[in-house]
Design a protein around this ligand. Structure first.
Ligand code: ATR
Length: 284
């Protein structure tokens, strides 16, 4: 709270939001920097989305995160969309600039920031294999291409969705949609494999999106899932000498970038990480 007792309101629009770790993460970050902000999760039913967006202006909120199922549907209600969010076709952060609502997407940039900090990959020299072609894949493929990846392969169960995603970013880099049968050959040539599907997520923790026997030394294997913190894919990658990169970093950094957009301050990422880990790893 500032000296006058006033708080600036931020939050999350999703449906459901009960299990979100964002309120704990952001409120810990605000506390750490002594900023007079608060973050509240709002369960917004799809039919109430327009009214909820209007309430950002009416209540003078500084901004919100937007999550499933609203990331695409929220776009028509905003005043401006950043070029990156436009290319991704989804918004995960709204900033209220004096009544003008701007839609950003920090998922992809947050992902790339955590990948580069944790793995030391050089994107221009690293061919990439993406597993999946949904909303998360779109954010990640776009950010990877935007930040220098030159060669991207997309393998999705439904090939047509892979084709559509490849077409969407074809202007940015060399990108190909491939069939699942191509993975065994392709994986010998790439440097980075990213799982964007939900395969391996709690409670199906023994499932892997690809045959673990294909993993080899020299790969960075990245999984967007952070529950469990170490998926079957990442465990197998580590056992085979590859470098694992977990999904928690993406979650922390998409939040860190939203935090900076709202407050103008550098986010205390270590406190944010500790806060989320303390929720994810039950205390003994
Ligand atoms: P998100 O926003 O998390 O990316 P999404 O847009 O629903 O969610 O996309 C889910 C992705 O995971 C899709 O690529 C989906 O493949 P399909 O396009 O074939 O549906 C993929 N996926 C989900 N469950 C899967 C499974 N059991 N095996 C393989 N791919 C799966």
């Amino acid at each position: 709270m500032d000296g006058s007792g006033h708080l600036t309101l931020t939050g999350l629009f999703g449906h459901p939001v009960r299990h979100s770790r964002s309120p704990a993460m952001h409120n810990a970050a605000f506390r750490e920097l002594g900023l007079p902000y608060v973050y509240v999760a709002f369960d917004v039913a799809p039919e109430s989305l327009a009214a909820a967006v209007d309430s950002i202006r009416v209540l003078g909120m500084r901004g919100v995160n937007v999550t499933i199922p609203h990331k695409v549907d929220v776009m028509p209600y905003l005043d401006r969309i950043t070029p990156e969010a436009d290319l991704i076709g989804a918004v995960n952060t709204i900033v209220n600039e004096n009544g003008v609502l701007i839609g950003h997407n920090t998922d992809g940039t947050g992902y790339v920031r955590s990948l580069l900090e944790e793995s030391r990959l050089s994107l221009p020299e690293s061919p990439v294999l993406i597993l999946g072609a949904g909303g998360a894949a779109r954010a990640i493929v776009t950010a990877l291409a935007w930040q220098g990846a030159k060669e991207i392969y997309i393998a999705n169960r439904t090939r047509q969705k892979g084709d559509e995603l490849a077409q969407r970013i074809a202007a940015l880099c060399s990108v190909h949609s491939v069939s699942l049968a191509d993975i065994p050959e392709l994986i010998k040539r790439v440097r980075l494999v990213v799982n964007t599907t939900s395969v391996g997520m709690h409670p199906n923790v023994e499932e892997s999106p690809i045959d673990p026997a294909l993993l080899h030394e020299g790969l960075v294997v990245s999984d967007l899932i952070y529950n469990p913190l170490e998926t079957c894919l990442l465990r197998e990658a580590r056992r085979r000498g590859a470098t694992p990169h977990g999904g928690l970093g993406m979650f922390i950094y998409q939040g860190a970038e939203a935090f900076t957009l709202w407050t103008g301050a550098e986010a205390p990422v270590e406190i944010m990480r500790q806060t989320v880990e303390s929720i994810l790893i039950p205390r003994r």
